[in-house]
Design a protein around this ligand. Structure first.
Ligand code: COA
Length: 151
């Protein structure tokens, strides 16, 4: 797997980004403000992530996705570790990520890669998304905020 920054003249992989975030509007906004990285395996696009600087010395992983037919093979973990390493190399002191209360697999993955829960943004998904989201039989209402120190 090779990870590279998306060139300015390249179109962001919206179908992949939509796997992690159902809001096309929010995606377009943070892709414009942040940096989009893509992962290729034998020249085939298999993953994406987006880093967005938020506060001084802090970056947020606002989107991470692996193509559906390549999920569960370890690429997500590799991609997440790459995002952590790049953030550290660029001098950020903290990396943050947020995920839904219903995203059991993602909550597991982030914690396995060193993230810890910092807070809960109650009703975030009710405030920001028009349609109700269900995952793993759980109503996705709250945003679980997580972070990791990069030193
Ligand atoms: N309980 C415990 N661990 C779990 C789990 C669960 N229910 N579900 C997943 N995991 C673990 C796996 O066991 C694995 O851990 P390991 O490396 O110790 O074996 C790890 O989480 C992830 O495995 P990996 O194969 O690297 O993940 P992936 O390639 O499928 O990528 C996502 C993970 C989340 C990026 C991918 O599933 C995806 O694109 N999902 C849709 C988009 C999305 O939800 N993005 C995140 C938005 S917050």
């Amino acid at each position: 797997m090779r990870v590279r920054e998306l060139d300015v003249n390249e179109i962001p992989p919206i179908d992949l980004l939509l796997l992690a975030d159902p809001s096309r509007k929010l995606i377009e906004e943070y892709v414009r403000r942040g940096t989009c990285y893509i992962a290729e395996n034998n020249k085939e696009l298999i993953g994406v992530y987006v880093l967005l600087p938020t506060r001084p010395e802090t970056v947020e992983l606002v989107n991470i996705a692996v193509s559906e037919n390549t999920q569960g093979k370890g690429f997500g973990r590799q991609l997440l570790m790459d995002a952590i390493q790049k953030s550290k190399a660029e001098g950020y002191k903290t990396i943050e990520v947020g995920t839904g209360n219903s995203s059991i697999g993602q909550l597991a993955l982030y914690q396995k890669c060193g993230f810890r829960i910092t807070g809960v943004d109650r009703d975030f998904f009710i405030r920001h998304y028009e349609n109700k989201i269900f995952e793993n039989g759980i109503w996705c209402r709250d945003m679980i905020r997580m972070s990791q120190d990069l030193f």
